[in-house]
Structures are given as structure tokens and as C-alpha cells.
Write a protein that binds this ligand. Structure first.
Ligand code: C5J
Length: 220
């Protein structure tokens, strides 16, 4: 077992049964002109974690861990996007509308691609997910279970929405989860901080958190 100095206490993980899940590091959220910007957010808040996510990916790959990338995305006909989701937000800048990087949050559009610095390598899994959580309406659980994965390291954007939702889904499914604090980000620092705090509260009610440096220092 490898050991990470984490909150609320040490996180022990078997690298061969651990996956790194990188949530939604896509242009739609991180670059100007995408969904995040359309909602009025300062995308620089997310762009600043790209180097940390790249370092985490390099670490996981060097340890031979399974690497999974996700993208929040919808089918071009939006048949997987409930009206309750599509109709939120500014008319003209909703999911499926045309933006500066193509149709917003639509699969295959330029804005839906993962930013170059943390792009998937050939052979790495990419899960396209229509929900906030990566387990909803995807094959993620079947893929993890087929590989005997029991532990998940989580990173990406945004901390309090898709990262936290995925971590809660995973926790309920029995995976031992750790959020890499500074390899995740929110448009709202207070939301990020609150999420980090609530995950490990009450003895780790959703799981563990640790800074990137503690993960990189962990030894098998
Ligand atoms: C949001 C996400 N915030 N990836 N998506 O809509 O967190």
C-alpha cells in the first residue's frame, strides 16, 4: 500500500487498484468563450490548476495507475439533456447553442475537447457524461469494476459541482476516494474551500483530501 498524508487521516491505496479520475478539464469550462464564461464566470480561476493536473497525470502514469478523463457533454440532438438542465441560464448561451468554440457542451465540438496540457494519451479512458456526476448514465462503474479498481484519486473542475458530485456517487458505490485539493478548482474560491472541508468532515464522510505535494510524495 502507498500512503498519503491526508485529512482526516492517512490515506492508504494500492496503486494497481487505484484510478486517477480527472473531471471535465475541457475548453468549455477553462477557456474564454465556453459554457463557463457564458454563465458569467472568470475562467482564469480554473485555468490556474492546469499545471497541477498535468503533474498529477504524470505521477499516475508513472505509477501505472488507470487514468480516466471525463467531459461534461451532450449528444448533438440533446436527447440526453433534460429541459430542466438546458433551460437554465442566459437564453442564447445555453447548452446546445452556438458559442465562440462551437455548440456549448456538445460532444465533438471544439469547446468540448480537453485542454491540450492535460489531454488524454492514446488508450486512456474518456467518459462522456451528460450529468454532473461521472457515474450517472455512463459506463464508468462497469469499467472500474472490470479492472478491479477500489480507490479513486479525483481532480478537475469544478470542485463543488462535477468533482464533488462524482466523489459522492463514488463514495456511495464503495470506492475509497481522495480529492487532490490543489488539482481541483471552482469559479468561487469559497465554494472550493467549503467542499474541501465538508468532504473530510465527520471522520471522512465522503473521503479524504490532500494537497498535490502529499500525493507526489507518497511511496508504495
Ligand atoms: C459545471 C462542472 N459546473 N464540470 N460543470 O456545470 O463542474
Amino acid at each position: 500500500m502507498a500512503r498519503i498524508d491526508a485529512v482526516p487521516y492517512a490515506y492508504l491505496y494500492p496503486p494497481a487498484r487505484t484510478a486517477l479520475v480527472v473531471i471535465d478539464m475541457q475548453r468549455d469550462f477553462i477557456e474564454p468563450g465556453g459554457f463557463g464564461a457564458a454563465l458569467g464566470n472568470d475562467v482564469a480561476q480554473l485555468a490556474r490548476i492546469v499545471p497541477a493536473v498535468a503533474a498529477l497525470l504524470a505521477f499516475a502514469r508513472s505509477r501505472g495507475m488507470l487514468v480516466v478523463h471525463t467531459r461534461e457533454s451532450h449528444l448533438p440532438d440533446l436527447s440526453d439533456c433534460p429541459p430542466a438542465k438546458r433551460l437554465r441560464g442566459d437564453p442564447g448561451l445555453r447548452i446546445g447553442d452556438s458559442g465562440a468554440m462551437g455548440r456549448i457542451l456538445v460532444r465533438g465540438e471544439p469547446g468540448n475537447q480537453i485542454v491540450d496540457e492535460v489531454a488524454p494519451l492514446a488508450g486512456e479512458a474518456v467518459i462522456d457524461k451528460p450529468g454532473k456526476g461521472a457515474f450517472h448514465a455512463t459506463g464508468l462503474q462497469a469499467m472500474l469494476d472490470a479492472r478491479g479498481i477500489s480507490h479513486l484519486l479525483l481532480a478537475g473542475v469544478t470542485t463543488e459541482v462535477c468533482v464533488q458530485t462524482t466523489m459522492r456517487e463514488a463514495n456511495d458505490r464503495g470506492y475509497e476516494c481522495l480529492l487532490v485539493e490543489d488539482a481541483a478548482a471552482s469559479y468561487f474560491q469559497a465554494f472550493h474551500d467549503a467542499t474541501v472541508a465538508m468532504i473530510s468532515a465527520q471522520g471522512g464522510i465522503v473521503g479524504w483530501t490532500a494537497p498535490l505535494a502529499a500525493v507526489l510524495a507518497s511511496q508504495a
